[in-house]
Design a protein around this ligand. Structure first.
Ligand code: ATP
Ligand code: ZN
Length: 293
């Protein structure tokens, strides 16, 4: 068998921010999944598996392009004709036929796991809160190579679509619960009001408004020596998605909240704290991950 190295840590692929996950690292990701499932067991979340692409129209409608045009990965396809085939050679020559005939398609790469949920609920009237649990491979065209800032990463989210009051109460309770969970996992957690990296000249205004209204809270923990990163966020989008997608709750546009966990970052934080062999982690940490001692 080809030896991929001693390490159980993610393996580089020759491009920044894209890694392969070996079994030891994947075991930690699985533990995190069961840990989040245990946390979420007190509510009837419907579990949906989400593909890594989403309708471009949905993402445009949701305002993602205006806010983060730089992070969005688009899916293009060759739009040439078979008669242009002779000009395809050599395929990899930049400026050649294959490059020249690329056309933007109807899909983009999914930038966050919860967007498809709102589109799926479009035009519905909810008699009771919708509770959905989703996991997806996400893509963001991130510029930096700081530890834990990947371009392809997995996000696990708990989502509530309901009235404003329900969403705010739910997010506050979950935020407190997740903070306690990270402490049980031995992670030195800080909870901070945060903003998103909006693009363009209006970004300072958007960021200030987001902070003032406390729409986003981040849970930050050490990932490596000298590096602290957000491993989860608790978000409240007000009626943005309810209005955009025509979802109604309590006689008004639905409000939405989500709690999003970055699985790779969380795995890195746990490995940094307890070592890369998860079978030897302290019993109470494994118990907090939903497993037996
Ligand atoms: P950051 O502030 O670090 O850019 P974010 O605020 O953009 O993160 P969210 O959109 O709230 O992140 O995403 C939820 C979670 O997904 C984050 O808390 C983080 O754990 C994870 N995540 C986000 N971006 C990345 C990335 N580029 N690489 C790895 N994990 C990420
Ligand atoms: Zn979300």
């Amino acid at each position: 068998m080809v030896n991929l190295g001693e390490t159980d840590l993610p393996l580089g692929t020759g491009v920044p921010g894209v890694y392969l996950s070996p079994p030891g690292f994947e075991r930690v990701i699985d533990l995190l999944r069961s840990g989040v499932a245990a946390l979420a067991a007190d509510e009837p979340f419907q579990r949906l598996v989400i593909p890594p692409v989403i309708s471009r129209q949905t993402i445009e409608r949701a305002g993602y392009v205006q806010a983060f045009p730089n992070l969005l990965g688009t899916v293009h396809g060759y739009g040439g004709t078979p008669s242009g085939w002779a000009r395809l050679k050599p395929l990899v020559e930049e400026g050649g036929e294959w490059y020249a005939q690329q056309q933007i398609g109807d899909l983009v790469l999914l930038p966050a796991a919860c967007y498809p949920v709102y589109a799926t609920l479009a035009d519905r009237t909810l008699d009771e809160p919708a509770k959905v649990s989703v996991e997806a491979s996400c893509f963001r065209q991130e510029a930096t190579s700081e530890p834990g800032r990947l371009r392809s990463f997995r996000m696990l989210e708990l989502v509530t679509v309901a009235t404003d009051e329900d969403c705010l109460k739910w997010r506050a309770a979950r935020l407190e619960q997740v903070e306690g969970w990270f402490t049980e996992l031995g992670l030195a957690v800080s909870v901070e009001v945060a903003d998103d990296p909006f693009f363009g000249p209006g970004r300072k205004v958007y960021q200030a408004a987001q902070r003032m209204q406390e729409l986003k809270w981040e849970l930050r923990v050490p990932l490596a020596d000298g590096t602290v990163q957000a491993v989860a966020s608790a978000n409240y989008h007000k009626e943005h998605f309810g209005e955009t997608f025509g979802i109604t709750a309590g006689g008004a546009p639905a409000h939405t909240s989500c709690v999003a966990f970055g699985l790779e970052r969380l795995a890195m934080a746990l490995i940094n704290r307890h070592g890369k062999d998860s079978t030897r982690w302290p019993g109470d940490v494994l118990a907090a991950l939903g497993g037996a001692r």
